[in-house]
Write a protein that binds this ligand. Structure first.
Ligand SMILES: [Ca+2]
Ligand SMILES: [Ca+2]
Ligand SMILES: [Ca+2]
Length: 144
């Protein structure tokens, strides 16, 4: 899920500095390859589910910001930025049905399937929006 991009951030540096666009594409692509367990170029709900269970350390069906930070050894400030996009009621928890909303967001052409390309584009544009160099100029609203 969107965690995979954070995983790549955490591996690269402790500071919130975005890698170059090219580097970012490569890193996110690696993450997506991990997520796409059956290598068919489509991110199935079952594959998202596996990612979710990996993060839900106490198995209460919700992913908390603390679990998120722990799972991927994140800088809390990075995790907080992502949570602020999705955690609309600001309780530091993402409920399980968030997965469906997330898949819907990523499925840009609304054909009911999330392709690796859609996932890549979504992840990159969100990362650049949240942590970008100001070149894209739409920092006010990153929840596209
Ligand atoms: Ca797949
Ligand atoms: Ca949990
Ligand atoms: Ca699609």
């Amino acid at each position: 899920m969107f965690v995979y991009i954070l995983l790549t951030f955490a591996c690269v540096h402790a500071q919130i500095t975005l890698p170059s666009h090219h580097q970012l594409v490569e890193l996110v692509d690696q993450g997506i390859k991990l997520l796409d367990a059956n290598h068919d170029g489509i991110i199935q709900m079952s594959e998202m589910e596996r990612g979710w269970q990996y993060e839900d350390l106490n198995n209460d069906t919700m992913v908390s910001i603390d679990e998120y930070i722990k799972t991927f050894h994140l800088d809390p400030a990075v995790a907080q930025k992502y949570f602020d996009v999705y955690d609309t009621d600001k309780d530091g928890l993402l409920p399980h049905n968030f997965l469906f909303q997330f898949m819907h967001l990523v499925d840009k052409n609304h054909d009911g399937q999330v392709t690796d390309t859609e996932y890549l584009h979504y992840s990159i544009s969100l990362a650049e929006c949240l942590f970008g160099h100001g070149t894209h100029g739409h920092s006010a609203n990153c929840d596209h």
